[in-house]
Design a protein around this ligand. Sequence first.
Ligand code: GLU
Length: 459
Amino acid sequence: MAKQTTDIIERSLEHLLEEVAFLPQLQGADRTKAFHSLGAILSTPNHIHKSFLRIVRENGEVFRIPAFRMQHNDTLGPYKGGIRFHESVNEEEVINLAALMTLKNALHEVPFGGGKGGVAINPREYTVREMYMICKKYVQYFSDVLGPDKDIPAPDVGTGQREMDWMMSEYKSINPGKPYLGSFTGKSVMNGGSQGRREATGKGAYYTLRYLLHDYLNEHQERLVDTTCTYAQTALAKWKQPLSVAVQGFGNVGSVAALEAYRCSYLNNKVVAVSDRNVTLLNQEGLDISSLVLFSSSNNGELPRTSDELMEAGIQAEIRDREEILYLGVDVLVLAALEDQIREDNVEQVKARILVEGANAPITGEADQILAQQGVIVIPDILANAGGVIVSYFEWLQGRETLFYTEEEVYTMLFDKMKSTMNSIFHSYLGTGKPLRKICYSHAVMKLSTNLYIQGKLF
Ligand code: GLU
């Protein structure tokens, strides 16, 4: 998926170049030149920081672990984005994810740029003490380029509140007397974090689905009349019936999205399948998601994987292979695990009509084009999973003001922010029938291009 984001940025720019109503101040040769400049700026990261963390393991052995912080673009504000701990982390991937953050923030008018960090380890193979050392070392190695007004990390795959708490504490020790609450987001609430941050991505992901199939479509039925968007019409008809939902991934994003779908009173959902790194659980009558959340929270975040464990959890389900979640005949598939799950080689087996990208880049560029040709609705990552960074922004604001919002206030603000993005996106979507991803990227690139132009960066 390495070049995926920059490829789409370039395609958006080619398209915008032809749209005379966009940046009409730029005409003729000046316009062509300025668009080349935009391509050069947005397709490359501003800074690549990489290092090898020196870690002493419990047994005394010394290890060197590849670690990155990529700063893609800061046109709209300080760099912002998570730190991922995963064995597959590599330079290209982190650059791509940083670019995705630039677009996500631009799309939702969050005043941040895009950054991303990564450490190439499998966190499950390290003790708590070793994890603590890795977090400390990460901040020590990159402390010069991090800070509340420079670059603000947050959790991502393999990291959470615990890691952010440790990292902020190290940042504070390195920078005595300086403001530190805004240096990391996704911290625990007791330690200056925001209410609702842990749930924000999963709630936001489900919200995009509900808003499209219920709130927005219900209010704008007239927009469907003359469009080519037949799948959206099918979806509209569907919301009155049970909507079968499958959720890949049962971590912070997937488990919350599944619970939202399970509890939602606006759509008549049946969450028929969930999966994690070990299994898929399937029940055509619907799974009891509350019980599964309870089970996983007291079992290291894992779903039941034997019939004994299912019994212990009080769950009726068939145990299937973990990959099977992707190929079930459901209406909606929420992808809340890792990237590159749906590719050219398996896309034909996907039967869901609506895909929600709770994770970053779970669908490759090639697969995405095939899905678009088939008319499958894809709610793309920069729209669907932005709840996390939006509440990170609220956390950053709360840290600056040292004034904290209630959980209800956070959710209201989150939904208002996502709603205003969705109103502009869905308007174009139903008007043109173009894939949502294209429209989202185009909006984000327009925002960035306009600001780059205003800031005098194009010549
Ligand atoms: N890692 C999350 C993302 O990819 C959250 C980033 C943040 O809160 O800064 O959007």
